[in-house]
Design a protein around this ligand. Structure first.
Ligand code: NAP
Length: 346
């Protein structure tokens, strides 16, 4: 067979130019172009179709110790994505296969043999919807699934509150909690998002934190208190939920998006003594700790998606060049569902 010819084909990339203070701006990014190269022995070349835009990207832009190394200045921005194999020297991946992998913010990704495992690359079934593999069946879905089930430990009849309810992690948490027989109350910004989680996803109620009084909403919708709070936002909302927890409550610290662009220190919970009074606990979760069991979460949720028991909503914005502005949608709540950057049509 004639080897594929990539002469004249360009790889367009978005690199981190500088570390932002507060919200990132276009000046923090640099666009570059390189010729596309053929894969070496055992490697693959993947054409990027969709990229996952995640709140965590803001943290990766900072210097300092975290659960993962920061993106270096000048490096192509880190991102997970869905792509199609366009050249392969690896027997596990054929040209035409759709894959989920660490593709980074670029139009082509060359993955050498020794990085295939490290990049978490695996084949996906396009019949389930390519973008679903960045949402319910991807990293955010695994976060919601394992965070709720293994840290939240839900029992039928318990009340689960989840913030960022209409987002990627939130929609997974709420739907799994309903399937496990819990009462589910979301917290989200705006009537449209609240209506969607109640009417389409089957949440019992949703509090619009941008309009209403969250404390009054919690009192009204969680008359017996909050047994599990799945926290995606931190800040003031975490503090308010702490005043409503039950004895033995579990608070899953998944994220604190309200604090990611702070130029002042992170606002910690003032009401933490409620943990003492209620013999409750707060525990953090990092999704990568569950990587060896993702297949179990994927199998269960793929079954629900096929049966129509779960829904997956993505918000796709097209164009690699829009990356700097599209990323900001996460921080002003403009994304409705999992935020995805569309890079190329399949
Ligand atoms: N620990 C882990 O392993 C892990 C893995 C994945 C994600 N996460 C975390 O999970 C959280 C949700 O991530 P996601 O990917 O599902 O994002 P997402 O919820 O799809 O999108 C972010 C949403 O956050 C809300 N938001 C933004 N600023 C806010 C503020 N100041 N106060 C309250 N809400 C605000 C907005 O929704 P509204 O319109 O409702 O305000 C926005 O749509 C993030 O904190 C993320 O860092 C953690």
């Amino acid at each position: 067979m004639t080897p594929p010819d990539f002469t004249g084909l360009d790889n367009h990339q978005v690199r981190l130019a500088s570390r932002p203070e507060g919200l990132p701006t276009r000046a923090n990014w640099q666009f570059s172009t390189q010729p596309v190269a053929a894969p070496g022995p055992g490697g693959v070349l993947v054409k990027t179709l969709y990229l996952s835009l995640d709140p965590a990207m803001r943290g990766w832009m900072n210097e300092g110790k975290s659960y993962i190394a920061p993106v270096e200045i000048g490096a192509v921005m880190r991102a997970g994505g869905i792509g199609r194999v366009v050249a392969s020297n690896n027997p596990a991946f054929a040209v035409g296969d759709h894959v989920n992998a660490g593709l980074d913010v670029q139009t082509y990704c060359l993955i050498p043999q020794d990085q295939i495992k490290r990049s978490g690359m695996f084949k996906v079934d396009p019949a389930l919807g390519l973008t679903t593999w960045l949402n319910l069946l991807g990293m955010p879905g695994m976060t919601g699934y394992f965070g709720l089930l293994e840290v939240g430990l839900p029992k039928p009849g318990e009340t689960v509150v989840v913030s960022g309810a209409a987002g990627a992690v939130g929609q997974t948490v709420g739907q799994i909690a309903k399937i496990r027989g819990c009462r589910v109350v979301g917290i989200a910004g705006g009537q449209a998002k609240c209506d969607w989680v109640v009417n389409e996803l089957g949440f019992d109620a949703c509090i619009d934190y941008k309009k209403g009084d969250v404390k009054a909403g919690l009192k009204q919708h969680c008359p017996n208190g909050v047994d599990i709070y799945f926290d995606n936002v931190g800040g003031e909302i975490l503090d308010l939920v702490l005043t409503r927890i039950t004895r033995g409550a579990r608070i899953v610290i998944c994220g604190a998006i309200s604090q990611y662009n702070n130029t002042t220190p992170v606002k910690g919970p003032a009401n933490y003594l409620s943990l003492l009074v209620n013999r409750a606990r707060m525990e953090g979760i990092v999704v990568f700790d569950y990587a060896d069991r993702y297949h179990l979460g994927i199998a269960e949720m793929a079954g629900y998606l096929k049966a129509g028991t779960m829904k997956s909503r993505e918000d796709v914005v097209w164009g690699l060049e829009t990356f700097p502005e599209t990323l900001l949608k996460l921080f002003n709540g403009e994304n409705f569902g999992k935020l995805v950057l569309g890079v190329a049509k399949d």
